[in-house]
Write a protein that binds this ligand. Structure first.
Ligand code: COA
Ligand code: AMP
Length: 629
């Protein structure tokens, strides 16, 4: 049996021992005596009697162990022409001081802090400062519009919001402060204060409740780490569900830190003193786990990159970063590599740099299409590792465990389940399907440490959305199969969540925006395949009876208004560019819109007419629109 099989078996045969041993990689203020509390399923708790501070483990512990002078975080920003390295000692001090600022503003254990920031080191510093105080951060991705930010502020009810004057998107400067001000106008909850990092590219106008980051840091005294219960929340990260209301995924401290610390050497093959470059954003789970927490928990060096794969200014930036900092493992979304391939199909830029230190490319966030896999593998001549995970899980579910044993790669599969994950495929009646057959991908409970214990303030939605479809299993929302070698194939979401350029979005949320237009009677948004972004949304609207659509240019004007509404209310990142006005939407006899059938036709499949359809004529009339004939 191979090393992977041994490790996996150990995690199954002695779950308690396996995770208690993994937890020994960390400093505990009170070491846990047991791993799992399973007394109240489906609410499982990891290391219930442990006490820990995650920021201490990410920073102070390494300084105390003699890594103070090693690089902890390298900020590389081609869009502002800045490079800055923070050693472990420097980062600890910056975090301690900013924790002092937050403490002065009344933030204590359990209080929430919303962080709405671009890819600057201060975003990571603010996250770690919250962790130091035992406060709960909630980072909101900068590409979300004011309304989305407001919804999150209302749900998290933060004491303080931390933001910046602007972000830089390619060559454009995006002012964040007006978006924050607008969000605070829209939200019912009002934080006590906003801390604003002024950036020279656009200075923000400050109001009475705004505190200048630099001023506050200048006056603050450092705060020590506060030990909290292992099961206390470290952060809440909102993610798209099937409705417009995002789900607040809760992450506990002890279980998460244990899982991440385990994953760094075993999955990513990165240990203390080595460098990982994760090109994502701190607003997503990939950024939380593999830009900020995991690399630092492992005593490694993390690169925080502010820029795009292409156009900032060229397709050589990823390669430059990797050669300049001796990156061992790189992690990004397949869409970034599709962007590189389009811009530089022969990989000329890559050949200009010394990439001899690069051992692996990890890709996740969406399905890795075989063509992108092939291009990246041939160009880099290293293992290209597809792995599958979700905001809810916090770390990979299925991966090629490079640090344990590099398993044979089957293109199209993220390989095999990691320790702690009992992955099964069920049919609609909850029966296991034979190897090779498609069904719902589920994980048998309990989930391993690191996965979410619940949703913020909403145990009921946690149970209803994830735990009730099949009793005793977590419903991942993805469909797929497991082959006879145990390889998992993830084929896509079975709900209304779509993945646009690796960004998870809700078509239901976009539908709510379209439906709010006074001329729209009903609508549907579906995710269709896109060569670059993986998927993009397309909208279809039916006009209200009595709307006069005969005026010249009416439809163009309506389409432009609808596109702008989604941009303003969800954010540019939604990338909804196409909306069609149609006479009717195909539905089942019980009134459910046939989104899956529409999606299949738009993707070029020969979709059969469902037996439950209300009117075949409506579907047939829509076929050419969907196919863009
Ligand atoms: N703040 C403000 N606006 C943002 C933003 C942010 N943080 N991030 C994206 N946007 C805007 C973009 O400027 C763009 O606006 P536009 O429509 O006016 O051009 C829009 O949102 C769509 O952004 P994006 O989907 O990122 O498309 P893009 O064309 O700018 O870039 C890629 C495409 C593939 C290069 C880019 O998505 C990428 O690098 N992806 C990497 C993968 C990744 O980060 N995945 C996250 C999870 S791992
Ligand atoms: P997020 O919560 O933003 O990380 O998005 C999670 C979703 O992205 C999953 O439910 C999948 O649909 C998709 N996803 C992530 N990684 C992969 C992968 N390696 N292969 C296929 N789909 C993936």
């Amino acid at each position: 049996m191979g090393a992977y099989e041994d490790v996996f078996r150990a995690s199954v045969e002695d779950r308690e021992g396996f995770w208690l041993r993994a937890a020994e990689a960390l400093d505990w203020h009170k070491a846990p005596t047991r791993a799992l509390d399973d007394s109240n399923p489906p609410f499982y708790r990891w290391f219930p009697d442990g006490e820990i501070n995650v920021a201490h483990n990410a920073l102070d512990r390494h300084v105390e162990a003699g890594r103070g002078e090693q690089a902890a975080l390298i900020y590389d920003s081609p869009v502002t022409d800045t490079k800055r390295t923070y050693t472990y000692a420097q980062l600890r001090d910056e975090v301690a001081t900013f924790a002092g600022v937050l403490r002065e503003l009344g933030v204590g254990p359990g209080d929430r802090v919303v962080i709405y920031m671009p890819m600057v080191p201060e975003a990571a510093i603010a996250m770690l400062a919250c962790a130091r105080l035992g406060a709960v951060h909630s980072v909101v991705f900068g590409g979300f519009a004011a309304k989305e930010l407001a919804v999150r502020i209302d749900d998290a009810a933060p004491k303080v919001v931390v933001s910046a004057s602007c972000g830089i998107e390619g060559k454009r400067v995006i002012e964040y402060k007006p978006l924050l001000d607008k969000a605070l106008e829209l939200s019912a909850h009002k934080p006590d204060k906003q801390v604003i990092l002024q950036r020279p590219q656009a200075e923000a106008a400050m109001g009475d409740n705004d505190v200048d980051w630099a001023d506050a840091v200048g006056k603050a005294s450092p705060a020590d780490p506060v030990p909290v219960k292992s099961t206390d929340p470290l952060y809440v990260l909102y993610t798209s569900g099937t409705t417009g209301k995002p789900k607040g995924v809760v992450r506990d401290g002890g279980g998460y830190a244990t899982a991440l610390a385990w994953s760094m050497p075993n999955v990513y093959d990165v240990s203390a003193g080595q460098t990982i470059f994760t090109a994502s954003d701190v607003g997503w789970v990939v950024g939380h786990s593999y830009i900020v927490y995991a690399p630092l928990l492992a005593g490694a060096t993390t690169v925080l990159y502010e820029g795009k794969p292409v156009g900032t200014p060229d397709a050589g930036q990823f390669w430059r970063v990797m050669s300049e900092y001796g990156v061992r493992s790189m992690f990004t979304a397949p869409t970034a590599f599709r962007a590189l391939k389009k811009e530089d199909p022969n990989g000329e830029y890559a050949r200009k740099y010394d990439l001899s230190g690069l051992k692996y490319l990890f890709l996740a966030g969406e399905r890795l299409d075989p063509e992108t896999y092939r291009w990246a593998s041939e160009l880099l001549d290293i293992p290209v590792i597809d792995h599958w995970w979700q905001t809810e899980t916090g770390w990979p579910i299925v991966a090629n465990p490079a640090g344990i044993e590099l398993l044979e790669i089957k293109p199209g599969s993220p390989t095999r389940p990691l320790p702690g994950w009992d992955i099964q495929i069920l049919d609609t009646d909850g029966r296991p399907v034979p190897a090779g057959e498609d069904g719902a991908i589920v994980a048998k409970l309990p989930l391993p440490p690191g996965a979410f214990p619940t949703l913020w303030n909403d145990d009921e939605r946690f149970v209803q959305s994830y735990m009730s479809a099949f009793e005793g299993y977590y419903l991942t929302g993805d469909g797929g199969r497991i082959d006879s070698d145990g390889y998992v194939f993830v084929m896509g979401r079975t709900d209304d969540v779509i993945n646009v350029a690796g960004h998870r979005l809700s078509t239901g949320g976009m539908e709510e925006v379209l439906a709010s237009h006074p001329d729209v009677a009903e609508c549907a948004v579906i995710g269709v395949a896109d060569q670059m972004k993986g998927q993009i949304p397309r909208g279809f609207v039916v006009l209200k009876a009595g709307v006069d659509a005969s005026a010249e240019g009416y439809e163009d004007k309506l389409r432009a208004e609808l596109v702008q509404m989604v941009r303003d209310q969800v954010g540019a990142v939604a990338s909804l560019k196409e909306v069609a006005v149609v006479p009717a939407l195909p539905k089942t006899r019980s009134g459910k819109i046939l989104r899956k059938t529409m999606r299949g036709i738009a993707d070029g499949a020969d979709e059969p007419v469902p037996s439950t359809i209300e009117s075949v004529d409506v579907l047939e009339a829509l076929r050419p629109v969907l196919r863009k004939d």
